[in-house]
Design a protein around this ligand. Structure first.
Ligand SMILES: O=P(O)(O)O[C@H]1[C@H](O)[C@@H](OP(=O)(O)O)[C@H](OP(=O)(O)O)[C@@H](OP(=O)(O)O)[C@H]1O
Ligand SMILES: [Mg+2]
Length: 457
């Protein structure tokens, strides 16, 4: 069986959506139609997102139609929106299976606006960086300037994005300092020299290699030091720009744009993280934009993984009544708790860490502490307590046993599968999650409970 904790499969999508609304069905784009439960993370980079704030999730998360469409489609499969960042039309969404959340750490995002001194520009880059099971990864979604003659400007903008994006902390400060970098977006590079009819003929006869040689990005790889180490899969799909909206016919408008591979996914590695791409493809069936989406799946093979959660939550397989709505948690010694940390109850299929049904503060009550201390003394004896106080701190030892209780108001009305997640206020992420467990409708249970009592008497 596959080691489900190993986050080795990433699915990256880039799409210039041309100001459109999301199409009805994005299943094929996400590869969900093949029932592929093996993908660990989805990273989605969009450009020219026009949509405004759509609605509020739990009053705290503002989203737009595109973010919603992806959340809607991915959450039933257990993917949570881990982080998102938007700069004008450039939007980056990072999703992961909920059980990976405790191992995605040090999340930070950056945005850079380029063009016209960065003042009015609608171009630029947004990125998200994090360590994934102990390995640093940076995802950078760019929309670089358009038009044939701007190849140098695109390179300049890319360089200035790299220069400007600096993350806090000791490990990995710049984009290129990460173990793995994924660079994707509407990079807007064009096909030099050939005339439109020649390009179209090459496409029609599937002679794409004659076009690769003239692709500005491929050409720049030999001369631009900043591109050193960046890799790209073979372009076996036809250029993804520019189409008449609603068709898969290349531009017939007065603008007469030459087809080009504007939409690209590249990666760059440090020696420690062998990465293999599977599939590098376009999705011709999507017609809402003048660009076609491009996607790629990567397998990361890390030589080791950091997979100790900072918080471990223990919960029973079932909550049958209000009194059973409790859990216990323990924190790792290197975990910095905050008094604003909480434990959320999430219905399986939740979209985001703010998408909880109820929560309790992850605080240790004084009384609870003494009760647990008493229990431990009772079970292990005073000598053990004295010993533990000497070798490690007694509060830490006792903190293994912190218990919290959900009140009736925090519990769901209906039965279903739920998980608990420990939200760290310092990191703004879930640092511990449980496996799914069942919560039975409390009223239903009360009925049962009454019945059972009757049977007993
Ligand atoms: O002016 P900036 O801010 O650079 O934005 C450009 C212009 O709108 C271009 O239109 P025009 O050609 O009328 O100037 C458009 O090219 P197309 O109209 O060729 O699509 C580009 O689309 P993308 O190529 O999708 O980025 C878009 O990025
Ligand atoms: Mg455009």
């Amino acid at each position: 069986m596959r080691d489900f904790l190993f986050p080795d499969r990433l699915h990256i999508i880039t799409w210039n959506v041309g100001g459109s609304m999301p199409p009805d069905d994005i299943t094929a784009l996400l590869g969900l139609h093949v029932g592929d439960g093996n993908t660990d993370m989805y990273i989605i980079g969009l450009q020219e997102v026009n949509s405004m704030i759509n609605k509020r999730l739990k009053d705290v998360l503002f989203t737009d139609q595109w973010s919603d469409a992806f959340m809607e489609r991915l959450s039933p499969f257990g993917y949570i929106l881990v982080t998102s960042q938007r700069m004008q039309g450039v939007l980056l969404l990072v999703f992961a299976k909920y059980y990976h959340l405790p191992f995605l750490r040090g999340m930070q995002t950056e945005t850079t606006r380029t063009g016209l001194g960065g003042y009015w520009g609608n171009k630029g880059g947004v990125s998200a960086r994090m360590s994934v099971f102990g390995h640093t990864i940076c995802f950078l979604n760019c929309h670089l300037p358009a038009h044939m003659e701007n190849s140098d400007q695109r390179m300049e903008d890319f360089e200035s994005i790299l220069q400007q994006q600096q993350f806090e902390g000791q490990a990995a400060t710049g984009v290129l300092d990460h173990d793995v970098v994924f660079w994707f977006g509407d990079l807007n590079f064009r096909i030099d020299e050939l005339e439109i009819p020649q390009v179209k003929t090459a496409i029609d006869h599937n002679k794409l290699n004659t076009l690769w040689e003239k692709d500005q990005l491929n050409k720049a790889k030999d001369s631009e030091p900043v591109l050193e180490g960046f890799l790209e899969g073979p372009l076996k799909f036809p250029p993804t720009y520019k189409f008449d909206v609603g068709t898969d016919t290349y531009d017939t408008s007065g603008k007469k744009r030459k087809p080009a591979w504007t939409d690209r996914i590249l990666w760059r590695l440090r020696a420690t993280a062998p990465t293999r791409p599977h599939f590098y493809r376009s999705h011709m069936e999507y017609m809402v934009s003048d660009h076609k989406p491009v996607s790629s799946i990567f397998t990361l093979q890390f030589p080791y993984k950091v997979d100790m959660p900072l918080v471990t939550i223990m919960v029973e397989d079932e909550w049958n009544c209000v009194a059973e709505a409790t859990c216990r948690f323990k924190t790792a010694p290197n975990f910095a708790r905050s008094s604003w940390d909480w434990i959320g109850l999430y219905k399986v299929g939740f979209k985001h860490h703010k998408d909880y049904v109820g929560y309790v503060w992850a605080k240790q009550e004084e009384a609870d502490y003494h009760r647990v201390e008493h229990e431990v003394r009772h079970e292990l004896g005073n000598l053990v307590i004295v010993y533990l106080s000497l070798v490690c701190s007694l509060p830490y030892f006792l903190s293994l046993y912190i218990q919290v209780t959900f009140t009736e108001e925090e519990l769901p009305k209906g039965s279903g599968d739920y998980i608990l997640g420990y939200y760290s206020n310092n990191t703004s992420t879930l640092v511990g999650v449980t496996e799914p467990f069942q919560v039975l409708t409390m009223t239903h249970f009360n009925g049962e409970y009454v019945k059972r009592l009757h049977t007993l008497t």
